[in-house]
Design a protein around this ligand. Structure first.
Ligand SMILES: Cc1ncc(COP(=O)(O)O)c(C=O)c1O
Length: 370
């Protein structure tokens, strides 16, 4: 007879292979002002009107939210010139990525993501019982030919962060279209455009056009970055009707909180605040890149609100030592070991003080011992 005390519920196959996502550190041990440059949050904070809309919900918290997030979908549809019926909102784009995987993947399926792709993808793929297939990148950038080469009859999904986190690189729209054209029609292409608001390249498109013309492309977006609402957990997906139908069947009936819907609507309407966030990034991203290169660090060209910074390695020159040096000066950045980039740090574009503090500290780090 089996020992009953040893028995316990067993998770589905694959779950215990998942490495839990490790978020950016939120502080340092000492006191004083901390420059948190570890999670690509907006240094401008939330729009004042979003804060007011959030606060105005306080007296109504006993009521369920509108389970369809109608006002938010309408506001987004108006902003982007798309049909609100094809928008599904979620508690962060993370929730939508998870719902897409659980709606479209099952054991035996394969799902592709790229070498330095966002680490939520392997989590949601494995949680669905499917097999993650990791494809090499070229120059820290997703390589369309390599992705297409990895497609097999079992491939059901391709996740492409565009721009990608943590590299900051992007895939041109003509290349995204070539990728889509080469995929089987029953394979869902997920264009994760979390940083789209920051990109002002003529050859970039977030995915709206492709979603509008296809049944196997979905674009995910977030309020966590340029909109400065990471704490609310708010994201949305623009989907063909067949994909929206699946997401609406499996999502929680009230998956987006009332204050999130209200603040989201106000944020969408506060176009001046968004423009200020983008303008700040347009000023500091090239400045940070140039300053760090000038002190001998390698910076991957980024179109996001962060930079991937490469260290030479070796004693006194490693990313781990730089991280400790910054941390001791109340500057928090992101280690990249989990992304297979142990000699890199990912550094968000902070406010002017944060950027200057970071540049000064890294200059001091590079100066020691030289
Ligand atoms: C590429 C990418 N996708 C999705 C997300 C998740 O965003 P959210 O806060 O909407 O869940 C992030 C956040 O870091 C990201 O970098």
């Amino acid at each position: 007879m089996s020992d009953q005390t040893q028995q316990m519920p067993r998770p589905r196959d694959g779950v215990m292979d998942i490495a839990a996502y490790v978020p950016g550190k939120s502080g340092t041990k000492g006191g004083g002002k901390v420059h948190k440059l570890s999670s690509n949050e907006s240094p401008l904070g939330p729009s004042a009107s979003a804060q007011a809309a959030y606060g105005a919900c306080a007296a109504n918290l006993h009521l369920y939210p509108d389970g369809s997030a109608t006002d938010l979908r309408d506001a987004l549809a108006q902003l982007h010139g798309i049909n609100p019926a094809n928008i599904v909102c979620g508690a962060g784009s993370d929730e939508l990525l998870s719902l897409l995987a659980s709606g479209f993947l099952q054991p035996g399926d394969e799902a592709i993501y790229t070498e330095h792709g966002f680490l939520v993808y392997p989590i949601v793929i494995k949680a669905s019982g499917a097999l993650p297939v990791v494809v090499p990148e070229t120059n820290m950038t997703a390589d369309v030919d390599a992705i297409l080469k990895a497609v097999t009859p079992r491939t059901r999904m391709v996740f492409l962060a565009n721009p990608n986190n943590p590299t900051g690189t992007y895939v041109r729209f003509d290349e995204v279209k070539r990728l889509h054209a080469g995929l089987p029609r029953d394979c869902l292409l997920v264009l994760d455009a979390a940083y789209a608001e920051y990109v002002s390249r003529n050859d970039y498109e977030s995915g709206i056009e492709l979603v509008s013309q296809s049944r196997n492309v979905v674009m995910t977006r977030t309020f966590s970055k340029a909109y400065g609402l990471a704490g609310l957990r708010l994201g949305w997906a623009y989907c063909p009707p067949n994909v929206a139908d699946v997401l609406n069947r499996i999502r929680g009936p009230f998956n987006v909180a009332m204050p999130s819907i209200a603040a989201g609507v106000a944020a969408v309407q506060d176009t001046a605040h968004l423009a200020r966030a983008v303008q700040h990034n347009d000023e500091w991203l090239p400045r940070m890149t140039a300053e760090l290169e000038a002190i001998g660090l390698q910076v991957t060209p980024s179109v996001g609100n962060f930079v991937l910074v490469g260290f030479a390695g070796g004693e006194g020159r490693s990313a781990a030592e730089a991280d400790a040096f910054l941390s001791a000066r109340n500057i928090v950045v992101r280690r990249m070991d989990a992304y297979g980039l142990p000699q890199c740090l990912r550094i968000s574009i902070g406010d002017a003080d944060g950027c200057q503090a970071l540049i000064g500290a890294l200059r001091a780090f590079m100066d020691q011992g030289s």
